[in-house]
Design a protein. Structure first.
Length: 690
């Protein structure tokens, strides 16, 4: 604590030099600087050299100031007491890169910004300076570890929060200078014009990342979308891709893999390899893919709470199962696709320091084989005896295991559709293809060669047997009654949905199987994975794509996007858990639309589909792109909700509603994939006679 106090007492003198430094650097335009307003959040991003930061100013009756840094997934935030009347921020000076030193002469990197809010007063409620995961927890449930508590130091027109990291390393700083108004008893009071003007200085001592520039990221195929390019650039580093800002400024395995796969047509090889390399570096000794990493102060506190050694070494979560089966297909698509054979061999021979071998670096090829070996071992029981109890189950004691990673995401099921029906066979096929191509030859043991030789046959069994276990069907009359009743509950018209059923039964793939092997009756968007990674028959394409393309609540289509879940056929209790305020409920996720669009494009490229099937796919494609383009302004966001008013659906930013369980990220990695996933081109007119 005394070390922290020294830093606080020295703060005024240190900032005098820092402000001058900020002014000098302001003359140079940052390599990346942009802003956007989404719902109640005003967001501003900047990246230059060792500085990367996301400033968020929250409008409304619960204002806050928050700055997230990719360095260490760290952040500083200040929450104010609720206001009687909603207030709005104005950013007078966008964030400028800033470097300063703490009371011990150690460097901190951050930003300097100026903002005004039209509030009569701002009463300090709580500051949190630490890892973003702790800021996230405070925002969601109002709690954070006592070890990171920081008291305000108020002097004149300045409010300062500053402290060392819990292990004494360079820490975190948030300073507010009141430029318009005054401070009295922990309250900032507005000036005569009823406004408060603040200079915001925020910085972190955690280790900066090395940004990939836009030129290093994208090839000539990438769309010219500035918003998506900005978001991708802010989230892309040589060390890893970040999942999203502000809430996930760190590595997530699934997010990296799906984003790399969907962006692959628009990415340069070095960017693809940065993503794959980050995943390989975090494999555990068994070959499982890490879901999320905990860094810096989060890791320090987590290790201490569990009485573990490790200090600030990253903690890695292996609780998800879908990412284990994504790595092989995504790697194979790159190594056997855009990469030349020489480039593929070079990447596989590249030495990577991994969690699986802390004593030394290993070739990427050995790490990839380790993952594929794990896959084959896990899925062998079903290949030998294809019954539901031998499917891949989420880990015991958990309610999450794939991308729908909120506790209600897969309807409290145990066996996810996407993992078992799509990713397992795709991973087995990847092992088979890479073996046949000879790319893995330098890295296979004799036992591996025997196991991998059976991968193709195992894939065939999984593809033939697993999807059928998830088929759900509701008879026509019952489906019509349930769709009509649910439409009334959520306040949307039933007529378009009922008309689209054409008096037929509603057949779809359930989101999961429960602990007894029964289907969980939620229509869902995970069919997109099958379109991108699978080989569905013409009949299945017509049935399952047709089911999703129907108007909600018979299917998933709305004016403002493809919903990720529709509980119309489930019980009322389940419907109450899958609302438009639920994180994986009846909401739109940007990347799931892109997944569906990319999958439709892949299937339409086939030459073996009859006209009737192609017509169904084209119809779904047209409806989907119409919705995507209608919500272009929200494409780089994580997700959004909706309201039905005046005869149509309207976008509602997720997190703007009082009942929303969380808020959306303004920059989301897998929402940038429209740089590669682009609308179908119109046919070229014939030059013949009319």
């Amino acid at each position: 604590m005394r070390g922290s106090m020294r830093m606080v007492l020295a703060g005024g003198l240190l900032f005098a030099g820092a402000a001058a430094m900020a002014q000098q650097r302001a003359a140079k335009t940052p390599e990346l600087a942009y802003g956007l307003t989404e719902g109640q959040n005003l967001n501003a991003f900047v990246r230059e050299g060792k500085v990367a930061a996301h400033l968020l100013l929250r409008n409304g009756s619960d204002p806050r100031i928050l700055v997230a840094f990719p360095a260490g997934n760290s952040g500083v935030g200040l929450w104010f007491q609720p206001l009687a009347k909603a207030a709005t921020w104005r950013l007078d000076q966008a964030p400028r890169p800033l470097s300063l030193v703490d009371g011990k002469g150690r460097p901190l990197h951050g930003i300097d910004a100026i903002a005004t809010i039209d509030a009569p007063r701002l009463a300090l409620k709580q500051a949190v300076l630490s890892n973003v995961r702790f800021l996230r927890d405070y925002q969601a449930v109002g709690r954070f570890p006592t070890e990171v508590a920081t008291e305000a130091q108020i002097s004149g027109n300045r409010i300062l929060y500053a402290r060392d990291r819990v292990d004494g390393a360079p820490g975190y700083r948030l300073e507010l200078q009141v430029l318009g108004g005054r401070i009295a008893n922990n309250v900032v009071i507005a000036d005569a014009n009823g406004r408060i003007r603040l200079r915001i200085i925020a910085a972190t001592g955690d280790t900066p990342l090395t940004g990939l520039t836009k030129a290093e990221l994208l090839n000539a195929n990438a769309a010219k979308d500035p918003a998506a390019r900005n978001a991708l650039a802010f989230l892309s580093y040589r060390e890893k891709f970040l999942a999203g800002s502000w809430r996930f400024d760190t590595y997530f395995g699934r997010d990296t893999l799906m984003s790399v796969r969907l962006l692959m047509p628009a990415l340069r090889g070095e960017a693809v390899e940065a993503g794959l390399g980050a995943v390989l570096a975090r494999l555990n000794p068994q070959g499982e893919v890490a879901h999320e990493e905990g860094l810096s102060e989060f890791a320090l506190i987590d290790h201490a709470q569990h009485h573990q050694p490790g200090g600030a070494a990253a903690t890695l979560d292996y609780g998800m199962i879908d990412d284990d089966y994504m790595l092989g297909p995504v790697a194979a698509d790159y190594l056997l696709g855009p990469a030349t054979r020489s480039a593929a061999q070079t990447f596989l021979s590249k030495k990577i320091q991994s969690e699986a071998n802390p004593g030394g670096a290993e070739p990427a090829g050995i790490l990839l084989v380790r993952n594929l070996r794990y896959v084959i071992d896990q899925v062998r029981p079903f290949a030998r005896d294809p019954r539901w109890s031998n499917l891949v189950e989420i880990h015991k004691g958990r309610m999450t295991g794939q991308w729908r990673d909120s506790e209600e995401g897969i309807g409290r099921g145990r066996y996810p559709y996407d993992v078992n029906a799509v990713f397992v066979p795709a991973a087995l096929e990847a092992a088979d293809k890479l073996l046949r191509a000879g790319l893995l030859d330098p890295y296979l043991t004799p036992a591996d060669r025997v196991a991998f030789a059976h991968a193709g046959a195992m894939a065939g069994i999984w593809r033939a047997q697993a999807p059928a276990l998830f088929v759900a069907e509701t008879p026509a009359a019952e489906a019509a009654v349930q769709v009509k009743a649910y439409a009334g509950r959520v306040g949307v018209p039933a007529a378009p949905a009922l008309a689209a059923l054409h008096g037929q039964a509603l057949r779809y793939h359930a989101i999961s199987l429960d602990a007894e092997g029964k289907t969980v009756p939620i229509i869902n968007s995970d069919e997109g994975f099958e379109l991108l990674f699978g080989h569905p028959s013409a009949a299945d394409l017509q049935t399952y794509v047709g089911a999703l393309g129907r108007p909600f609540p018979a299917g998933l289509m709305t004016d403002i996007g493809l919903l990720v879940a529709n509980p119309a056929l489930a019980s009322r209790e389940v419907q109450d858990r899958f609302t438009p305020a639920a994180y994986h409920g009846a909401v739109v996720w940007s990347w799931q639309q892109a997944l569906f669009a990319a999958g439709l494009e892949r299937q339409l490229a086939r030459k073996d589909l009859p006209p009737a099937t192609r017509a169904v796919l084209r119809d779904a494609q047209t409806k989907l792109w119409r919705a995507i383009q209608a919500t272009r302004a929200t494409q780089s966001s994580e997700l959004w909700s909706w309201a039905f008013e005046n005869g149509r659906y309207h976008v509602v930013p997720f997190g703007a509603g009082k009942q929303d369980v969380d808020e959306s990220n303004a920059a989301q990695l897998w929402s940038t994939v429209y740089l590669a996933v682009q609308p179908p081109r119109a046919p070229t007119p014939s030059k013949g006679k009319r």
